[in-house]
Design a protein around this ligand. Structure first.
Ligand code: ADP
Ligand code: MG
Length: 739
């Protein structure tokens, strides 16, 4: 048999069924994956629970002896119920219950001793563990070894999966540690020495088999460093590659679209907009492809900045593509760009400006003929600016000369989508990514670490303040008061958004039912504790309720959600923008980018179901004009975590502060914007949210960039190269799975 390496499939080391389960539920495919699977926590042998001290709901681990066992057929069901009684020899007992006994009855014979772990339950006044995890001492010489082992070591607790419990995983890891011929070490020796790091082999021993006196977190810190080094090496290589293929310098001709646009701009650019505009112009004019992230608070005016760069690209003879996360936003971009450009957007048309260009819109659900025309205009170069959703990324979309790619609200798009769009140009286009979600330094250094960043800190002058309140819907009169406030704002000529967490039953007269889109899906950012079933308010229910509310008599109300057909969506947004609709009842489809300055109230229904960042984004739809704005967060007696979130949102409009709080509430996968069950595409050991690993990431980043600068292909660092390749494969697989 060939030697076991970290690349060896797990199925060669453990039972096939178990290997399949670990692959499916934990994303562990190889021996190396298993070794990289760190325990959740450790128990000291002193923490073993005494049978006399058990309490219901305790998570316990006990040493005990099987006193007796009995199996009997289950009543009214197929299968056998196995009950095992444990004893500590001092008169205390604990029951173990197995609803399918297969295999267990042969092992759990009277007299056998071992460790048993699980959560204590109560049944007929007796305490029990249901399907506990256990490890038996056995009768062979293994027993003495095991007892000795547990006496002298901390006991790792791995997160269990299905029928594979922590003890089983511990045994598998032990087998892996003892079978692998050589533990790869991605950290080059000179770096290891300079940073005084232990070897990876030492780290794995420390993490999986710590002795009582050891500090396993030190081993974990090394695994974190390895992960950071690998991620940063990928980014360093990306940046190296990007630099090695020159872009076409885009130098705008004077007196073109940009100049005409600037001359018409109804407001003065903020200092930040001007500065970033200069940076973008310089980068566009250079042969180094731009790869820049533009962060800016909601409403800080990122669109104008992007549009000016796009016009410069067009003035230089190229094309620009703007990728938006939703159809509503894509359509709005087209509308507002068209409004801002006026006749400049009617190039090639009668009455259009001579220097003008054509604006095309490409989405998944537009009519075949509109789509065909847009595709044609993009491919021929007639359209200088092409705005679209994911539809832009598809293979058959071609550009005559793509100069600049702008990605709006990046948190909805992954790196792969950025790349897909980039590949539409024969030479690398310049790329500008915009996000309103402030990105913590740790994430900026990892996920966006191959990009340069700019930040728009100030809001345009003259913005009115937003006040935010939590409305407890169970307090008498508060709900009525909420709708009265909406009516009052409408009476003063303002408009309102009412946001609901779901669409609900559509009235067949109101909507053409189309394939569901992900635009309404709040679930990319649902509140972490939003699990329990509760009837959430749907858009249509709310719509009917508001129409029947006497306080809102005569108020013009419309609905908007992602499942409406494109024309209805467009028409509704147009009518709302034009002030022909007073109250828009919508899903989170309005969350990003929608810009109607006259809207001064937002009511969020079931607000406890939304995460902090999402509420902040939603709220960013108001406070865009000169009127003071009001945001009302309705919630049913929010649980403590939800109350804390709502309180945080009500307490500040500072997006950076909220982002910081938000991260404290979230899990790592969500920090990266993509929720996933497997391991690919997400971080394993690093904690990006809390900033505690910032130094590790910064160190690894410095090291990785130095290594790649000296050895771009990593030819001299085979272990690091292998780690990079594995990681890229996993990310690719995760991307494909997500589709
Ligand atoms: P975001 O950064 O959230 O994408 P937008 O680009 O949608 O913000 O801009 C918000 C609003 O502010 C728009 O109505 C835009 O026209 C307006 N705006 C942008 N820049 C300025 C400015 N310098 N002065 C006044 N209003 C501006
Ligand atoms: Mg925007």
């Amino acid at each position: 048999m060939p030697a076991v390496t970290e690349q060896t499939p797990l199925a060669r080391l453990v039972r096939k069924g178990q290997a399949a389960q670990l692959a499916r539920t934990k994303g562990l495919h190889t021996v190396g994956d298993l070794l990289d699977y760190a325990p959740r926590r450790y128990l000291l042998p002193g923490q073993l629970t005494d049978l006399s001290e058990l309490r219901p709901d305790d998570e316990v681990m006990v040493v005990a002896e099987v006193a007796r066992a009995s199996a009997r057929p289950m009543r009214g069901r197929k299968g056998t119920l196995l009950t095992v009684v444990l004893s500590d020899g001092r008169g205390h007992e604990l029951d173990l219950t197995f609803f399918s006994s297969h295999g267990h009855e042969n092992k759990l014979r009277p007299g056998v001793r071992g460790f048993f772990a699980g959560t204590v339950g109560e049944y007929h006044r007796r305490l029990q563990l249901t399907h506990p995890d256990y490890e038996l001492f056995g009768a062979d010489d293994n027993a003495a070894r095991l007892v000795e082992y547990y006496r002298t070591h901390q006991i790792p607790v791995y997160s269990a999966t299905g029928k594979i419990y922590s003890f089983t995983i511990r045994r598998m890891v032990e087998l892996a540690l003892d079978s692998v011929a050589r533990i790869c070490d991605p950290v080059p020796r000179h770096v290891r020495e300079a940073r005084r790091l232990m070897t990876r082999a030492e780290a794995l021993e420390l993490v999986h088999r710590p002795r009582i006196e050891d500090q396993p977190w030190r081993g974990l810190a090394r695994l974190k460093y390895d992960e950071a080094l690998t991620l940063e090496a990928i980014l360093a290589q990306r940046r190296h590659e990007a630099k090695s293929v020159p872009a076409t310098p885009r130098v705008p001709r004077p007196g073109g679209l940009l100049a005409a646009f600037d001359a018409r701009l109804p407001f003065a650019l903020t200092d930040g907009q001007q500065e970033i505009g200069k940076v973008l112009a310089e980068e566009l004019a250079s042969d180094r492809p731009m790869n820049r992230l533009l962060q800016g608070e909601v409403g800080s005016g990122k669109t104008v900045v992007a549009l000016r760069a796009m016009l410069a690209a067009v003035d230089a003879g190229g094309q620009a593509a703007l990728l938006a996360p939703t159809e509503v936003l894509a359509a709005q971009h087209v509308r507002s760009i068209r409004a801002m450009l006026g006749d400049l957007a009617e190039g090639g048309m009668l009455g259009g400006s001579e220097i003008g260009t054509k604006l095309a819109l490409l989405t998944g659900s537009q009519t075949a003929s509109a789509r065909k025309q847009a595709l044609l205009d993009a491919a021929s170069g007639a359209a200088g600016i092409v705005v679209g959703t994911h539809a832009l990324i598809q293979k058959h979309v071609q550009f005559a000369d793509l100069a600049l790619v702008v990605v709006d609200e990046q948190h909805r798009f992954g790196v792969q989508q950025r790349d897909a769009l980039r590949e539409k140009a024969s030479r690398p286009p310049h790329v500008l990514v915009m996000t309103a979600t402030p990105i913590p330094r740790t994430v900026a250094m990892t996920v966006f670490g191959d990009m340069e960043t700019s930040t728009l800190r100030e809001l345009p002058a003259g913005r009115a303040p937003i006040s935010t309140y939590v409305v407890d819907v169970e307090k008498p009169g508060w709900v009525d008061r909420t709708w009265q406030r909406v009516a009052e704002e409408v009476a003063q000529g303002h408009q309102a958004y009412v946001v609901c967490p779901r669409i609900g039953e559509p009235d067949p007269d109101l909507t053409a039912n189309r394939d569901s889109t992900d635009e309404d899906a709040a679930d990319w950012d649902v509140a972490p504790d939003a699990g329990e079933p509760r009837e959430l308010t749907g858009v249509y229910t709310m719509y009917e309720q508001l129409r029947a509310d006497p306080a809102l008599a005569g108020v013009r109300i419309a609905v908007l959600h992602g499942r409406l057909d494109t024309e209805t969506k467009d028409e509704t947004m147009r009518a709302f923008t034009a002030g022909e609709v007073d109250v828009l009842v919508a899903t989170t489809v309005i969350e990003v980018g929608v810009d109607v300055p006259n809207a001064s109230v937002m009511v969020v229904v079931d607000a406890d179901r939304f995460g902090i960042s999402q509420l902040h984004q939603l709220r960013g739809r108001i406070g865009r004009g000169s009127a003071p704005s009001l945001c009302l967060l309705m919630a049913v007696a929010p649980g403590s975590a939800a109350a804390e979130r709502l309180g945080a949102v009500a307490g500040t409009v500072d997006g950076f502060e909220l982002a910081r709080l938000d991260l404290a509430f979230r899990r790592e996968g969500d920090v990266l914007g993509a929720r996933q069950s497997g391991r690919g595409g997400s971080v394993r050991h690093l904690r990006l949210g809390r900033g505690e690993d910032e130094q590790i990431i910064a160190d690894a980043r410095e090291d990785a960039f130095a290594i790649v600068a000296a050895d771009p292909t990593l030819a001299g660092h085979p272990d690091l190269a292998a780690a990079v390749a594995t990681r890229l494969d996993e990310d690719q697989a995760a991307f494909l799975e997500r589709g």
